[in-house]
Design a binder for this molecule. Structure first.
Ligand SMILES: [Zn+2]
Ligand SMILES: [Zn+2]
Length: 70
């Protein structure tokens, strides 16, 4: 889950880029992943057990973007 570094609000979608509460820019990615995993929380690949290579931009199971898709 993304968290606003400005006001501390959370519960944003992974796609959110700006805070709903203060309008501040949100971090580019969720806090934890500097690992390349599927961004679909309902996907079995959305776990640190399944880390894709850095150049992989889409999950091969569900087709969602990976964390490094940009
Ligand atoms: Zn905020
Ligand atoms: Zn997936």
């Amino acid at each position: 889950m993304k968290k606003c570094t400005n006001c501390g609000s959370e519960a944003y979608r992974a796609e959110s880029r700006f805070c709903k509460t203060c309008g501040g820019a949100l971090p580019e990615r969720e806090e934890a992943p500097n690992i390349n995993i599927c961004t679909n929380a309902g996907c079995g690949q959305h776990t640190a057990k399944f880390i894709y290579p850095n150049e992989t931009h889409f999950c091969d199971i569900c087709g969602s973007k990976t964390a490094f898709a940009g």
